[in-house]
Design a protein around this ligand. Structure first.
Ligand SMILES: *[C@@H]1O[C@H](CO)[C@@H](O)[C@H](O)[C@H]1NC(C)=O
Ligand SMILES: *[C@@H]1O[C@H](CO)[C@@H](O)[C@H](O)[C@H]1NC(C)=O
Ligand SMILES: *[C@@H]1O[C@H](CO)[C@@H](O)[C@H](O)[C@H]1NC(C)=O
Ligand SMILES: *[C@@H]1O[C@H](CO)[C@@H](O)[C@H](O)[C@H]1NC(C)=O
Length: 352
């Protein structure tokens, strides 16, 4: 017993001894910090503000070039021309789209609304600033600088409306990398067309599509590409719509022949799946119930003619009323929809 307690004591002393230097060092550090800050306080209280500015707002790296100077040195008096294509052999513009929200799909006007971020990346060798010893690894700039740079002038060629968000200021983000890579990000609201085919309604899939391409430059001058990421178009958050679920997003790159040459087109197809539960509850279920109730007349026997007539007519009226009620909520098309087929069938049964 004695031996064990002695060993424990020894261990305790040993650990104390081993932590002692650390304690001493930290206390020394604390002390020196204290002295330093005390010195700072005393010196700052006695010195003029300009001296204080010099001391506390000193740039971390001594001889580095600041953002504004880099932009001036790149664009002022260097003969940079935003109307000239930066690389004679042709530019490659890489595109990525993030879907922020899809706000509506309208069956009357055949279109859909969404808010997206478009990211375009290209290499402009004239904007290389590696040799200027920049203070930052990459420059974050705004649309005013972008207005002075070459851009591929790309747009959605099949959109009904597209605009860059403007409040409280133009939502354009520009990042310049030291090797001259330009990355531009726009936040855009776009209204695009849908090809609504309702023949399988309400178990239908709806396709909406957008085509993005450079408006001014053909394939020899600007080559448009989807980014190498697994999904070049993806939703940032879950897309929730009252009537639809997002089914799939497809991307494709096509070459299109125009009178002025070949153009690269980036196609996005967004496929929506209708939520049919509402239609099931509102249309199918009540209709089936009415039919089942009309069968009660068979159980009444062939001599109960007034009761059977009343049941039959009542069911017919209920169906007609139900049909009108549903039709008010459905898109108008000139062909027979899936839901209409079922209802017509029901009415035939009733008439028999
Ligand atoms: C900073 O620049 C000055 C002259 O412009 C030069 O003499 C000095 O060596 C440079 N210092 C460093 C760390 O590059
Ligand atoms: C550079 O050019 C822009 C626009 O042309 C001008 O606003 C700016 O003052 C110029 N900067 C310098 C340092 O000359
Ligand atoms: C931009 O530079 C900063 C600092 O150098 C770095 O932390 C950041 O990851 C860079 N951004 C990109 C997109 O490379
Ligand atoms: C330029 O730099 C960026 C960021 O560091 C990098 O992603 C890109 O691949 C570089 N481009 C070239 C052509 O070196």
């Amino acid at each position: 017993m004695l031996l064990v307690s002695q060993i424990a004591d020894f261990q305790m002393i040993f650990t104390l001894l081993s932590t002692l230097p650390v304690l001493i060092i930290t206390s020394e550090l604390d002390y020196s910090e204290l002295v330093n800050s005390a010195e700072l306080v005393s010196s700052s209280s006695s010195l003029s503000p300009s001296h204080l500015d010099n001391k506390s707002f000193k740039p971390r790296k001594l001889n580095c070039t600041r953002d504004t100077d880099i932009i001036d040195r790149l664009l002022n008096g260097t003969g940079y021309n935003k109307f000239r294509i930066p690389q004679e052999e042709g530019m490659t513009v890489v595109v990525e789209i993030w879907i922020q929200a899809i706000t509506s799909i309208d069956e009357l006007t055949n279109d859909f609304d969404m808010d997206i971020y478009i990211t375009e990346t290209w290499l402009d060798p004239a904007l290389n600033f590696q040799h200027m010893s920049p203070c930052k690894g990459n420059l974050s700039l705004n649309h005013q600088v972008l207005d002075r740079l070459w851009t591929p002038n790309s747009c959605f060629i099949n959109s009904k409306v597209a605009q860059i968000h403007n409040s409280p200021f133009r939502s354009v983000f520009l990042m310049l990398f030291p090797n001259g890579t330009v990355m531009v990000n726009y936040r855009v609201r776009v209204k695009g067309p849908c090809s609504l085919d309702l023949s399988n309604f309400p178990l239908d899939l709806q396709k909406c599509s957008l085509i993005y391409e450079s408006f001014n430059y053909n394939r020899q001058e600007v080559e448009m590409k989807w980014s190498d990421a697994e999904y070049p178009v993806f939703n940032l958050s879950k897309i929730v719509l009252p009537d639809f679920d997002l089914f799939e997003i497809q991307t494709e790159r096509k070459q299109e022949n125009y009178p002025a040459g070949m153009w690269d087109e980036l196609h996005v197809t967004i496929i929506f799946e209708r939520r049919f539960i509402w239609y099931f509850m509102q249309a199918y279920l009540p209709t089936y119930l009415t039919i089942f109730i009309s069968w009660v007349s068979f159980a009444l026997g062939s001599r109960a003619i007034p009761a059977r007539t009343m049941l039959g007519v009542n069911s017919l009226l209920a169906i007609v009323f139900q049909f009108g009620n549903i039709m008010r909520n459905l898109p108008r098309v000139s062909y027979i929809k899936g839901i209409g087929k079922v209802l017509n069938l029901d009415q035939h049964q009733e008439a028999q």
